[in-house]
Design a binder for this molecule. Structure first.
Ligand code: ADP
Length: 610
C-alpha cells in the first residue's frame, strides 16, 4: 500500500510555545506569572510528599524526646500545609480564572478574523471546517491555555525528576534505567492512541459541527415557526438522535482505544514495581539501608517513574496541544488585506462614480458551473440601473461581486476606471450603501444599528431623519426610548422586536445614513406593505440623487424609476434598455411585465367570460 506523506504541522512546537507565551502575557499576564511561580512550589510539595513519611519513621526510631519529635514533624507538616494552601487556595484558583480569560480572548481573535476574512473565503467549507477546529481548540481540554499549562508541567517534572533521580542514584544508579523503561513503553502506547485520534480529528470535528447545528435549531426563532407548522420536529429530533448515536459510538471507540493504551502501560508498571521493590526489600534485609531510607527510596522510586512518565506524556501532550495551536494560528494568521490593494476610497466618495463590469464570470467554490458568464455592463456616473431576472438568474451574486464580497473568477470590475481589487477592502466597502435581502439585527440600539457607531458619536437628528424617510416614523413614535431602544427583547426587557418589513426599513435607513456614493438595493421592498412600498418609490429619486445605483426587484413596475433596465437569464445579460424600450422590444422582460401587470387590471379575465 502506498504510504501517504506525513503532513507537516503549520508551525513548530517552539514557535507555538513562543506564540502561546506571548499571547498569554498579553491577555492573561497574571496567570502566566502565577504559573511560573508555581513551579518551585510544586517541586517542593513533591519532595515533601516523599520526605514526610521517611521523617516520621526516622523520628519514631530515633529515641528523641517527644517534644523534639513533635516539633520536627509538626514544623515540616506546617510547611507542607502552607505550600499546599498556596498552591490550591491561591494559584490554582487564579490560574483557572485566568485560563478562562485567555481562552475567551483567543476565541475573540478567531471571531475577529472571521469578520475580517473576505466573505467569499468565509463561505468556503474548508474555512468553516478550520474555524470549527480552531474554536474546538479553545474548549478542548484546557483550551488554548493548555499549551502553557503543559509547559509548566514539563518544567515541574524535569526539576522533580533531577531531584528524585539524585536521591535514587545516591543508593543505586543502575535502578534509574530500569525504572525509565516503563514510561518509555507507556509513551509509545499513548502515542499510538494519539496518532489514531489525530488522524480522525476531521471526522470528529465534522460530527461536532453537525451536532452543534442540530442542537441549535430549537433556539432559532426563524426556523421554529416552520419546524412547528410543517411538523418537522420529529424529523429534526431523529436527525439529532442519530447524530448523538454516532457521537456515542465514536466516543466508545475512542475510549476503548484509550483503555487499551492504559492497560498496556499498567502491565509494564506492575513489572517495574515488582522488580524495584524486590531489590529494595533485599537491601533492607541485608541491612544495606535503614528503615527510614527504605521508606524514602521506596516512595522516590514510584514518584521518579511518574515524573519521567510525566515528562514523556507531557511531551506527547505538548505535541497534541501544539497541533491545536496550529489550527488556531492557521485561522487567525490569514490576513485578507494581502489579497487586496491599498488604494483609498476618498476621492471617489464625493460624487457618483462610474462602474464597469468587464467580461466578468463567476463560479462558486467547489462548483464547475459558472453562475455569471462574461457579464459586461457599464453604469454611467449617477445612473440608476434596475436588475431583473427569474430566481437563480445570478442577480444576488452580481450584487455580492459589485460590493466586493466576492472576487470575479475572471474579468474585472472597475470603479471610475480603477480595478476593484486595487482598493484596500475596507476602503472599497466605504463606497457602498447596500440593502441586502436577508439582513439581521443584533442586540444594539436602533441608533447604533443605523449609524454603525457604538461609541455614541452618531448624529442623532440624522439617524431619526433617515428612519422617517425609510418609513419608520410611526414605529419610532411608539417607542418610549426612541432611537435608543435595543433591537432585542431577549437581552433587554425594554427592547423591541422588529417585523420582517420593519427590519427591511431599518436597513434602508442604515443605507441612507451611510450615504455612500453607490446605492445597492436587493429586493428592498419584498417584505413591505403597499403603503411602505410606495413611500420607498416616492423617496427613490431623492435617495439616488447624486449616486450611482443598482435596484433589484421582482415588482417590474418599480423599474420605471430607473434610467435603464438590465434583464438577466442564466447568468447572462440578455436584454438592456429603458423600461419602454424593453417593453416595445417584446422580449422576455415585456413578457414578464405583461404577466405581472394583468393581475392589477380591472378587466382581467372579463374578456374570456363574455
Ligand atoms: P438570484 O439572486 O438571481 O435569484 P443568485 O445569484 O442568488 O440568483 O444565485 C444564482 C445561482 O447561484 C443559483 O443557481 C444558486 O443556486 C447559486 N448559488 C447562490 N449562492 C451560492 C453559494 N453560496 N454556493 C453555491 N451556489 C450558490
Amino acid at each position: 500500500m502506498k504510504k501517504t506523506k506525513k503532513e507537516k504541522p503549520y508551525k513548530s512546537l517552539l514557535s507555538n510555545f513562543l506564540w502561546a507565551s506571548k499571547m498569554q502575557l498579553k491577555y492573561a499576564p497574571l496567570g502566566f506569572i502565577i504559573r511560573i511561580l508555581g513551579i518551585p512550589v510544586e517541586v517542593a510539595l513533591n519532595y515533601c510528599s516523599i520526605y514526610l513519611p521517611a521523617l516520621i519513621v526516622k523520628q519514631a526510631v530515633s529515641g528523641n524526646a517527644f517534644y523534639d519529635i513533635a516539633l520536627a514533624i509538626g514544623s515540616f507538616f506546617i510547611i507542607q500545609m502552607l505550600l499546599s494552601q498556596l498552591k490550591e487556595g491561591f494559584m490554582v484558583r487564579y490560574t483557572e480564572a485566568e485560563d478562562k480569560k485567555f481562552n475567551f480572548s483567543i476565541l475573540y481573535l478567531i471571531n475577529e478574523r472571521s469578520f475580517t476574512r473576505t466573505y467569499e473565503e468565509y463561505e468556503k467549507k474548508e474555512t468553516r471546517d478550520l474555524r470549527q477546529r480552531a474554536k474546538n481548540s479553545c474548549f478542548y481540554d484546557n483550551g488554548a491555555a493548555d499549551f502553557s499549562k503543559r509547559v509548566t508541567y514539563m518544567l515541574q517534572y524535569i526539576l522533580s525528576y533531577v531531584l528524585f533521580g539524585g536521591i535514587i542514584a545516591s543508593f543505586s544508579p543502575w535502578m534509574l534505567p530500569v525504572i525509565m523503561v516503563e514510561p518509555i513503553l507507556s509513551l509509545i502506547f499513548l502515542r499510538v492512541f494519539q496518532k489514531w485520534a489525530h488522524k480522525h480529528r476531521e471526522y470528529e470535528s465534522n460530527l461536532a459541527s453537525k451536532l452543534g447545528y442540530a442542537e441549535e435549531q430549537p433556539d432559532d426563532f426563524a426556523a421554529g415557526k416552520d419546524i412547528r407548522v410543517y411538523g418537522m420536529s420529529g424529523w429534526l429530533t431523529n436527525i439529532y438522535y442519530s447524530l448523538v448515536k454516532e457521537m456515542n459510538a465514536w466516543e466508545r471507540k475512542k475510549s476503548s482505544k484509550r483503555f487499551l493504551s492504559s492497560l498496556s502501560s499498567l502491565v509494564v508498571i506492575l513489572f517495574r514495581d515488582s522488580l524495584a521493590y524486590a531489590f529494595l526489600i533485599g537491601m533492607a534485609i541485608n541491612k544495606q539501608i535503614t528503615v527510614d531510607e527504605f521508606v524514602l527510596y521506596f516512595a522516590a522510586i514510584s514518584q521518579f517513574a511518574s515524573f519521567f512518565g510525566g515528562i514523556l506524556n507531557t511531551w506527547g501532550g505538548l505535541h497534541a496541544s501544539s497541533l491545536r495551536v496550529c489550527d488556531v494560528r492557521k485561522y487567525i494568521d490569514t490576513d485578507v488585506t494581502e489579497a487586496c490593494g491599498d488604494k483609498k476610497a476618498d476621492e471617489h466618495m464625493l460624487s457618483a462614480p462610474e462602474i464597469e463590469f468587464d467580461n466578468v464570470s463567476y463560479r462558486y467554490d467547489g462548483s464547475d458551473d459558472y453562475v455569471l458568464k462574461n457579464v459586461s455592463l457599464k453604469f454611467k456616473a449617477g445612473e440608476s440601473l434596475a436588475l431583473v431576472g427569474l430566481n437563480g438568474a445570478g442577480k444576488t451574486t452580481l450584487v455580492k461581486l459589485l460590493c466586493g464580497l466576492y472576487k470575479p473568477t475572471s474579468g474585472q470590475i472597475r470603479i471610475n476606471g480603477i480595478p476593484s481589487d486595487s482598493f484596500a477592502l475596507k476602503e472599497y466597502y466605504r463606497l457602498f450603501s447596500p440593502v441586502f435581502q436577508d439582513s439581521k439585527t443584533a442586540f444594539f440600539t436602533i441608533a447604533e444599528t443605523v449609524s454603525g457607531d457604538l461609541n455614541g458619536n452618531y448624529d442623532a437628528p440624522r439617524v431619526e431623519n433617515c428612519l422617517r424617510r425609510a418609513g419608520l416614523g410611526n414605529k419610532l413614535d411608539t417607542l418610549p426610548k426612541g432611537i435608543n431602544t435595543v433591537l432585542d427583547k431577549q437581552v433587554d426587557s425594554e427592547g423591541t422586536a422588529f417585523s420582517g418589513g420593519e427590519v427591511q426599513k431599518l436597513m434602508m435607513a442604515r443605507a441612507l445614513y451611510k450615504d455612500a456614493p453607490i446605492l445597492v438595493l436587493d429586493e428592498p421592498t419584498a417584505a413591505l406593505d403597499p403603503i411602505a412600498e410606495s413611500k420607498i418609490y416616492e423617496e427613490y429619486q431623492s435617495m439616488t440623487k447624486g449616486k450611482t445605483s443598482l435596484f433589484i426587484s421582482h415588482r417590474l413596475a418599480s423599474t420605471r424609476f430607473c434610467d435603464r433596465v438590465v434583464y438577466m437569464e442564466n447568468g447572462e445579460i440578455t436584454e438592456i434598455g429603458t423600461h419602454e424600450e424593453l417593453l416595445s422590444a417584446g422580449g422576455e422582460y415585456s413578457h414578464l411585465y405583461e404577466m405581472q401587470s394583468c393581475w392589477y387590471r380591472d378587466d382581467y379575465g372579463k374578456e374570456e367570460n363574455v
